[in-house]
Design a protein around this ligand. Structure first.
Ligand code: MG
Length: 324
């Protein structure tokens, strides 16, 4: 049975909760003691990041919902970046974006008034090039699901190994895996029926750079994004799901490697999504701050804390805004 042909098909909140629980259980199942550490966070309220900045050597910020939202910088976010930098902290943006390169994202950030360099932006697409990502992809041909203008950034050895590269002579049937970076050029295109026909002959591992399930749509409500499309493909056609982006380790590992000499416990991850930013950072041994904006902006602070408890994922700090 084919997938719906539109990105904006209704999203089922129970399905989202169930997949997020799978993410948590996958990490807890492989990391002894993680469940206890997830319970440990004190969720102390703070008034902005500068209130705790002197405890850390690096601050790692999620992008959407923390630095910008609805096409504009979050009020006070550009100044906070400047203040953190002035205080001597190393900065990274850690995003599940696998649609745009760090260079493209740095340009966007500059347009929004942020002083951020491409080297400071770690993307889940870039995690394809982590040791784990390259090992998972192996040396076999693969099919790339993503934006055509990101092929040069996120599709390794594209001209030789990407079966759907314009210059490729490989038959699609040789694709050993499906690399899923973005679904923005999938629904309603020729690629959708061809990929589904391919998977209906034989399931293949689905390597998911961006595990995010939904994001706010510019038309209101939520729209599916790459992680949900991967899950739907898995439901319809089988194949192991292998994740690279938050909350999973490969993209966090890249972030750690970009900060040599700084231990995970000296890093503060700042995010608005409990099930990716906070879960993944606790898994890696970082401290964490949940920002009450972005994806949970419409909940009260009390409701957000209740949600943390019900998920069994407790950050160290909670703040309504990153600006002090
Ligand atoms: Mg976010």
């Amino acid at each position: 049975m084919p997938l719906p042909a539109s990105k904006t098909a209704p999203v089922n909140p129970e399905q989202i909760n169930a997949i997020h629980a799978e993410y948590r259980e996958a990490l807890c199942g492989a990391a002894p003691g993680l469940r206890e550490r997830l319970d440990h966070g004190t969720m102390l309220p703070i008034s902005g990041l500068m209130a705790v900045a002197d405890r850390y050597r690096a601050v790692i910020l999620d992008a959407f919902g923390v630095l910008y939202s609805a096409g504009a910088a979050v009020p006070g976010a550009t100044e906070t970046i400047t203040e953190l930098r002035r205080a001597g902290l190393a900065l990274r943006v850690l995003t599940n974006n696998a649609s745009h390169s760090p260079q493209q994202l740095a340009q966007r950030f500059a347009q929004l008034g942020f002083d951020l360099q491409p080297e400071e932006i770690i993307t889940s697409g870039g995690a394809v090039y982590s040791a784990a990502g390259l090992a998972i992809l192996g040396d076999d041909p693969y099919l790339y699901l993503g934006r055509p203008d990101s092929v040069t950034h996120y599709a390794p050895h594209a001209t030789e190994r990407m079966v759907n590269h314009p210059e490729s002579t490989l038959p699609w049937s040789q694709a050993a895996t499906i690399l899923i970076c973005s679904d923005s050029a999938f629904y309603g295109t020729d690629l959708q029926p061809r990929l589904e026909a391919l998977l209906s002959t034989r399931s293949r591992p689905l390597i998911v750079a961006n595990p995010d399930l939904v994001s706010p749509s510019s038309k209101g409500g939520l729209k599916r994004v790459a992680g949900m499309t991967a899950h739907l493909l898995h439901q319809h056609y089988g194949g192991e799901l292998i994740y690279l982006g938050k909350p999973f380790a490969p993209v966090f590992q890249q972030c750690l490697e970009s900060l040599p000499g700084i231990e995970p416990q000296q890093m503060l991850m700042v995010g608005d999504t409990i099930e990716t930013d906070i879960l993944g950072s606790i898994h890696m041994g970082m401290e964490s701050c949940l920002v009450h904006q972005g994806i949970h902006a419409d909940r009260s602070l009390e409701a957000l804390e209740t949600l943390c408890r019900s998920q069994g994922i407790h950050p160290n700090w909670v703040t309504t805004t990153i600006r002090s």
